[in-house]
Design a protein around this ligand. Structure first.
Ligand code: OAD
Length: 238
């Protein structure tokens, strides 16, 4: 007799809120990273061309904050889901905390703060010590920039294609800790819904995604995911 064990296909879209309990400020709202900053002065190709040191100073400050923190319970629950479900994480975060928690199948939609990209030859590499001397340079002599997506820039092609593919092929699509303001990531839950996925949203406050959610868990990422983890256990074949 043919026996098979179907693993639920779960895709989780994460935003800055999932790292908030690790101590990394979110972008929007009170004490948000964009509060008191003009994004166009820090996170655009034009800003980097105008003043690479100013842009690097901001990224070095963020590296310092991110470098000190650890993955929290929410990152760990998702890492733990790898064996249980057919799981992919699509993250808008550049902090690398999902991978640090042990997650392997992670799509980084907005890049990674620990990587650099040469603005002359395009080489990409990881360098945790890049802030020792700013602005850092590539071996070709070109100016290196953080390998993150800035306003007005296209998302990495593979990451975007994979995200659409996942949104179209999920049994469950979960959005955790994202305001749903920045496109194209913000569109993924409605794409997933149109392809038949059940939509869960975990956020302490309502978002654009909670409006289309089948289940809105109004909670922090850690406790919200813990509750969902328990609820999903009951649905697994024993
Ligand atoms: P935002 O700062 O826009 O939204 C963070 C969300 O997390 C909000 O909805 C908060 O309510 C929620 N939140 C706060 N604390 C939380 C907690 N403990 N648990 C769960 N949720 C919590 O961040 P993103 O949606 O990630 O892009 O922002 C998207 C993009 O905008 C970022 O990737 C960045 C930014 O510009 C680039 O830099 C390209």
């Amino acid at each position: 007799m043919l026996e098979f064990y179907y693993k639920m296909r779960i895709t989780v879209l994460t935003g800055a809120g999932i790292s908030a309990e690790s101590g990394i400020p979110t972008f929007r709202g009170e004490d948000g990273l964009w509060e008191g900053f003009k994004a166009e002065e820090l996170a655009t190709p034009e800003a980097f061309e105008r003043d690479p040191i100013k842009v690097w100073e901001w990224y070095c400050w963020r590296r310092e904050v991110i470098g000190k923190v650890k993955p929290n319970e929410a990152h760990k629950i998702l890492a733990n889901w790898q064996g249980k479900y057919d799981l992919w994480i699509i993250t808008q975060n550049v902090d690398g905390l999902h991978q640090k928690a042990g997650s392997k199948k992670v799509v980084e939609l907005h890049g990674n703060i620990w990587r650099l990209r040469c603005s002359k030859c395009g080489r990409v590499w990881e360098d945790r010590e890049a802030c020792r001397k700013i602005p850092p340079r590539c071996s070709c002599g070109g100016l290196a920039r953080p390998d993150v997506v800035w306003f007005g820039e296209a998302l990495p092609e593979w990451a975007l294609r994979k995200s659409y593919e996942l949104a179209g092929a999920s049994d469950i699509f979960i959005a955790v800790g994202t305001s749903g303001i920045v496109q194209p990531a913000a569109n993924l839950p409605s794409i997933a819904k149109s392809f038949g996925a059940k939509i869960y949203v975990i956020n302490p406050e309502p978002t654009i995604h909670s409006e289309i959610a089948d289940i809105f868990i109004q909670d922090k990422a850690s406790t919200g995911l813990r509750r969902l983890d328990e609820a999903l256990q009951d649905k697994r074949p024993s």
